[in-house]
Design a binder for this molecule. Structure first.
Ligand code: ASP
Ligand code: MG
Length: 412
């Protein structure tokens, strides 16, 4: 079997950790598999590089940011290859450029255009374990680019696809994809499997196990993914084309750092929403939920949410739009979160939304905005309520560990 194994930052944070990873790779070789390895930067070193860059130039020039951030992953490749060589495993480090990863020119959020895996292929044929720097490639002009935060997942999946690997294993410090974030919901359980569609929704709703773009790439190219723990032997979560269990809700997720921006009293006329949202789009601001109320006195209120990191830019644009549109007021609430439930069986089961809203009502959580897709329900709630809300949802859809029947206090 040809396996791509990707190790995240927390799995390679020290030489001791790198030794554990190397032992795992050596074992896979001893089990008869050919292995291609993709690594992230050690621990929090990408964040540390970002801090250095802020001190060097607060404008963060994007080409140089990529030149800088790409070095984090490169360090890990050389160190891991050194440890593997010490352990008697033939290994060789590769940058994104060496691995043939060609991207578009959008620094810091580049998309992969193609992969020329011939150098990796040759190494594999020579019995060498290639250790590839995740998160990076080069554009057509030869500039180094990066693939967005969490982008090593995308590197691994793109290489698995190009090399026609049998599977892509994404190792991290958690044992796969859970029914909820186990740090917030104590009885969350790892899922055996879920579908690409469910995983894309969960990743974009705040579950941090896999990069959204990476899962989309895997879905388009039918790459078999296992999300597993570096530190435990469990198989982890398999991500597959279709979740045959067809559950109404597979998992819940919370995105804590959301902000809500509302324009009050703008004209109820064609082009108003287009005016606002095209300006947000020009600045590459990702707008999530949008609501427009019923109009009154030929005026409307429009509210939308963005992630906290876009607050300043989005607020500035909204303020300008408010003036241009002669609106009455701007409301900014930087203290909200989004809770979501995702499940491939939601479609055609009308009771799911009612149960979702009832769970929040019973937990006395006020709903500020609602958004849905075919397989997802999301609500914006006060940030203080978010953990209570997600626990209530997890319980309402009975996603937790089955309670021992002998314990009467936990029976319903
Ligand atoms: N090191 C990069 C980040 O922290 C890429 C990755 O870890 O996947 O986002
Ligand atoms: Mg990561």
């Amino acid at each position: 079997m040809l396996v791509v194994q990707k190790f995240g930052g927390s799995s390679v944070s020290t030489i001791g950790h790198i030794e554990r990873v190397a032992a795992k790779i050596k074992q896979a070789g001893a089990d008869g598999h050919r292995v291609v390895v993709v690594v992230s930067a050690m621990g929090d070193s990408t964040d540390d590089l970002v801090s250095l860059a802020k001190a060097a130039n607060p404008d963060l020039p994007s080409r140089e940011m990529d030149a800088l951030l790409a070095t984090g992953e490169i360090q890990t490749t050389a160190l891991l290859a050194m440890v593997l060589l010490r352990m008697g495993v033939l290994a060789k480090s590769f940058t994104g450029r060496d691995a043939g990863i060609l991207t578009d020119h959008h620094h810091r959020r580049a998309h992969i255009l193609s992969v020329d895996a011939s150098r990796l292929q040759r190494a594999i044929e020579e019995g060498i374990v290639p250790v590839v720097a995740g998160f990076q490639g080069v554009d057509e002009a030869g500039n180094v680019t990066t693939l967005g935060r969490g982008g090593s997942d995308l590197t691994a999946i793109a290489l698995a696809s190009a090399l026609k690997a049998d599977r892509c294993e994404i190792f991290s410090d958690v044992a796969g994809v859970f029914t909820a974030d186990p740090r917030i919901v104590s009885d969350a359980v790892p899922l055996d499997h879920l579908s690409y569609d469910e995983m894309v929704e969960l990743a974009s709703q705040g579950a941090q196990v896999l990069q959204t773009k990476a899962v989309e790439y895997a879905r388009s190219n039918q790459v078999v993914i296992y999300a597993r723990s570096t530190f435990h032997e469990a198989q982890g979560t398999r991500i597959v084309a279709k979740n045959l269990d067809n559950p109404s809700v597979t998992a819940v997720a919370v995105a804590k750092k959301i902000v809500k921006i509302g324009l009050v009293g703008v004209p109820d006329a064609p082009g108003v929403a287009a005016h606002l949202f095209s300006r947000l789009a020009e600045k590459s601001i990702d707008v999530d939920l949008v609501i427009q109320s019923l109009s009154h006195d030929r005026l409307n209120d429009i509210a939308f949410t963005v992630s906290e990191e876009d607050l300043e830019k989005a607020q500035h644009i909204a303020q300008m739009a408010l003036v241009e549109l002669h609106g009455a007021d701007l409301i900014v609430d930087a203290n909200v979160s989004k809770v979501s439930a995702v499940g491939s069986g939601m479609l055609g089961r009308p009771g799911v939304a009612a149960r979702f809203f009832q769970a929040l009502a019973d937990a006395e959580v006020n709903i500020q905005m609602i958004g849905t897709s075919e397989i997802k329900i999301s609500c914006i709630v006060a940030r203080n309520d978010a953990e209570r809300a997600i626990n209530a949802l997890h319980q309402a859809f009975a996603l937790g560990r089955a309670k021992p029947e002998s314990n009467p206090s936990t029976a319903n």
